[in-house]
Design a binder for this molecule. Structure first.
Ligand code: 48F
Length: 267
């Protein structure tokens, strides 16, 4: 049997710390920061990275995928309505027809393929990192994100004086799902009003979420269920076509905003 190469703990630690620090330093400046690594954020990231843009996803959990892993009722299945099956085809995700116009796929298979597609396209991820605040410039244009390690938020207030870190970027996408955490920071400053998502109505909500995906404030795009929360659109339950198509639309909006500006070079 082949023996493992004699490399010890210090080399393992250096490989991790060095690799992390090099990437972190490089991504202090990016083209687009996507807050939230659920289906809409991952899809937006994949589409943007394919164009050569430098993309960073900020995700508070130690895993990516948000609500896409198990869909509804802890039953490991996700549904998509026509025409979103085209994205399943594009990502080589197997699926079956449930009834006319409705398709069902395995959550773990669909989610892991989407994550892989985003990573393959060049998206970088900061996991266990919590979006804390926004960076604002002239005219209250959003120009970055302020973040901290997720465990810091779990520490009692009286023993935490861990200042957050600021990252600069050209465009931020709020893909934080129902919470709409990024837009909420603008609301707290009286710059925007959030309506709050409406009652469940799947036939209406998917089209509306995709339609409302776009720039909500200079430098800030809203995508996925965050769009439902911001604009008061109906919620939709475990159906994901709108999340994927909203991610694509958010990427188109971000590309237009990046326009002729020179992209930051990814190393
Ligand atoms: O909730 P999530 O999956 O959002 P989405 O892309 O998709 C919604 C569907 O999953 C489902 C639905 C329709 O099908 O109703 O709910 O709109 O993913 C949001 C991600 O954002 C992360 C969170 O952990 C999740 O992975 N997130 C939320 N707040 C923060 C955050 C924060 N403050 N900092 C970093 N990540």
């Amino acid at each position: 049997m082949a023996k493992f190469y004699p490399v010890g703990e210090k080399e393992v630690t250096r490989a991790i710390v060095g690799g992390f620090l090099r990437q972190f330093e490089e991504y202090v400046e990016s083209d687009v920061i996507i807050v939230g690594g659920g289906p809409s954020g991952l899809m937006a990231g994949r589409e943007l990275a394919k164009t050569g843009a430098k993309i960073l996803i900020i995700e508070r959990n130690n895993y990516l995928g948000g609500g896409f892993w198990i869909g509804g009722y802890l039953m490991n299945k996700v549904t998509l309505r026509d025409p979103a099956q085209a994205v399943l085809e594009e990502l080589s995700i197997p699926y079956q027809k449930a009834v006319e116009g409705l398709f069902v796929a395995d959550g773990p298979h669909a989610c892991s393929k989407l994550i892989a597609a985003a990573c393959d396209a060049g998206v970088k991820v900061l996991n266990m990192t919590m979006f804390d605040d926004i960076v604002l410039r002239q005219g209250n244009r959003v120009a970055g994100a302020v973040v901290n390690w997720t465990p810091v938020s779990a520490l009692p207030r009286e023993i935490t004086c861990v200042d957050p870190i600021a990252l600069e970027t050209k465009v931020v996408i709020d893909a934080t799902g129902h919470d709409a955490c990024v837009v909420r920071k603008l609301e707290q400053r009286g710059l925007i009003k959030i309506v709050g998502f409406g009652a469940m109505w799947v036939e209406e909500s998917e089209d509306l979420v995709v339609e409302h995906t776009g720039e909500v404030h200079p430098g800030l795009i809203v995508a996925g269920m965050a769009a439902a929360t911001v604009y008061g659109l109906p919620r939709m339950g475990p159906t994901f076509g709108a999340m994927l198509l909203s991610g694509k639309r958010a990427a188109e909006a971000a590309s237009r905003m990046l326009g002729q500006r020179e992209l930051v070079k990814a190393g």
